[in-house]
Design a protein around this ligand. Sequence first.
Ligand code: NAI
Length: 462
Amino acid sequence: MTKMVYDLIVLGGGPGGYHGALQAASHNLKTLLIEKEKLGGVCLNEGCIPTKTLLQSAKVYHHALHSEDLGVTASNVEYHHEKVLKRKNEVSAQLRSGIRGQLKVSGVEVIEGYGQILRRQADGFLVSIGEEVVKGKRLLLATGASPVIPPIPGLKEAIGQGIALTSREILDIPHIPESLTIIGGGVIGLEMAEYFAKTGSRVTVIEMQNQIGGPIDSEISTTFLKILKQMGILFELNAKVQSIDHHQVTYEKQGKTFRVDSEYILVCTGRKPNIENLGIEAIGVETIKGCVSTDETGQTNIPNVYAVGDLNGKSMLAHTAYREAEVCIQTIIGKKEQMRYHTIPAVIYTTPEVAFVGETEESALAKGIDYAKVNLPLNYSGRYVVEQGDRNGFIKIVIDKKYNQIIGVHILGNYASEIIYGASMMLETEMRTSDIEQLVFPHPSVSEVIKDAIHQYIKIGG
Ligand code: NAI
């Protein structure tokens, strides 16, 4: 039987995969997308979108309960977790059908099934989907990542008992637990900690590093920790989990052993690329530390084989995957583009939000950059005072002193997620402080603090 031959076969229908497929089709490449579960991948079905849906409900609930200062009180406020879950699923379904529609209109063929690379031929790569075998002149690998299950004694058993959950199962937890222990104070751990704390759980976060949020700026991390503690979340930093026995987590801190009991345990200690059973070894694709190695165009060591998104482990963010997919397709059609990872923003969608791009003080120091920093409370913004009113929010800008160029922006406070793209553009276009001075920001807006901070910097002689 003649095999179907495609210009491009995409393995995985998450942000990297579906966006890559759409881009390819827009350049008239005959494209096949293979997805084993649901279109939209982790982002749409068990990551970015569902968690933001939950957080939005928790935010509204919190506002309903705590808006006396604004002259608003409400009685009989109730949280209906089952309705929130229903809406979460509806939102994902709506967005999934949007993606399916876009793929259809664009002429991308979609096959539901498990795609596995079989072998390389002179004119392409054979891929199986069950019994069916197809050929692609090029491959775009976008199979994503899965939660890491650390080798903690008793953890596998607790997962089997349904007591310990990963970021996947927690999204369908049938009720708000009375108590929750979270192992890992990274992005997922913090977003989930806030959600469950705001909806009534007693939450304990156990983190083995000395700060939360991973490699975020340490001043932001310290203030953020203070705010989360004020919310009632308990934190154990520098703490190493030793074992789990049913509902009990045993951990070690400063040489002492502690125990915490909770109804559920959430494990969010990072994610690992999905390289198993993908068939990459059949064609000799190289990996480093479990991630598919790629160059700055997304190409692997095998010509015409590209890998994007969590699979290459460079920056496990949906928006990175989108851009990587664009760069791959541009490369395929002969344009010269490449990734610029240092200008990719990142956000933690808690309230308050945390958003950042570029160098932290710590990373600037490590690179030997002669830098200056300027910190400014977000209360400099009238809109922030009106709408948020807390004293903790601040912006921090890191400046390369040699060129007076903005190399890092870090914001703790709401709207940070929507402001940060502007900061990314400042980094992308290598803006100097004198350029920012000439920009006009809308007033009143929280974004104005960028200009205010730069004014402060220039005032003190920067
Ligand atoms: P992460 O890498 O952000 O954080 C994992 C944390 O667990 C680290 O702080 C680490 O020190 C800690 N840890 C590891 N092993 C531990 C142990 N045995 N005991 C205690 N602590 C331990 O990973 P996370 O939160 O699982 O997120 C996975 C990926 O998903 C990340 O790459 C993240 O960027 C992405 N993501 C992004 C979101 C966003 O952009 N808003 C939201 C959720 C996830």
